[in-house]
Design a protein around this ligand. Structure first.
Ligand SMILES: [Zn+2]
Length: 242
């Protein structure tokens, strides 16, 4: 049976003389492996779609635990990511991150669409790659169901109106009256407002959110990494010149 499926290619692996195996996030099936036969030949109709960063609509049939591509239409390859080293590295980090997450979690079509959207924004932007990536990470936290309550104290449920303490492990904030034995990270009320705004805005409007500073970005990343159980992404080491 032939299926039509939108995919984002996360990784390409050489296979036999002219073929590739593509690790891809699909819109409806989560992580899948695609065999692209003959795609290394110059005249192959699959040559342009069998590459990392490709967003394509494919016709597929299932063969054992893989899918074979019979035809495909390129939707986007985020070409301009290749013109800017930072954009490329942030884009590569997004692929590595979502690859890991899709191995461990059900990734639905909303996460698929958001991942395509962030690559589009990284590809069309000349700046703010770090802020765009932080916004993706925070929205991902929410979509995976780990989102802290940004409006209420974890313990007494009172509205958050002042500086608070973040407990990453417990996934929420303590108000000054309920301070959690002093454990946790101090978060200013202004930073809470920034986090709330990031959750609501579209990537293209990232410039309208003030105060996305390195502390806020680090908090988001720390929170995400704790809850997905991984922090050693190779592309991040390249980004941080480690
Ligand atoms: Zn409280």
């Amino acid at each position: 049976m032939i299926n039509s499926e939108e995919v984002l290619v996360l990784k390409e692996v050489r296979y036999k003389e002219n073929d590739k195996i593509l690790h891809a996030l699909s819109k409806n099936k989560g992580l899948i492996q695609l065999i692209s036969r003959g795609c290394k030949k110059n005249n192959s109709p699959l040559i342009n779609v069998s590459q990392t960063f490709v967003h394509a609509k494919c016709e597929l049939y299932k063969s054992k635990d893989m899918y074979v591509i019979t035809s495909a239409d390129l939707i986007d390859n985020f070409y301009y990511l290749r013109n800017n080293m930072d954009a490329f590295l942030y884009g590569s980090y997004i692929l590595e991150l979502i690859h890991y997450i899709a191995l461990e979690n059900m990734v639905d079509n909303k996460i698929f669409d958001m991942t395509v959207e962030i690559l589009k924004n990284l590809s069309s932007s000349n700046e703010n790659f770090d802020k765009l990536t932080a916004a993706y990470e925070l929205k991902l936290v929410a979509m995976l169901g780990f989102k802290p309550d940004f409006y209420h104290c974890l313990h007494c449920s009172n509205d958050i109106k002042t500086d608070v303490i973040l407990s990453i492990e417990e996934g929420g904030f303590y108000c000054p009256n309920c301070v959690n034995n002093g454990n946790g990270i101090n978060v200013l009320y202004n930073e809470i407002l920034t986090l709330r705004k990031i959750l609501k805005i579209k990537f293209k409007d990232i410039n309208t959110v003030e105060n996305i500073n390195s502390k806020v970005m680090n908090l988001i990343r720390k929170f995400l990494f704790y809850h997905i159980g991984k922090n050693n992404f190779i592309t991040l080491k390249l980004l941080n010149n480690e």
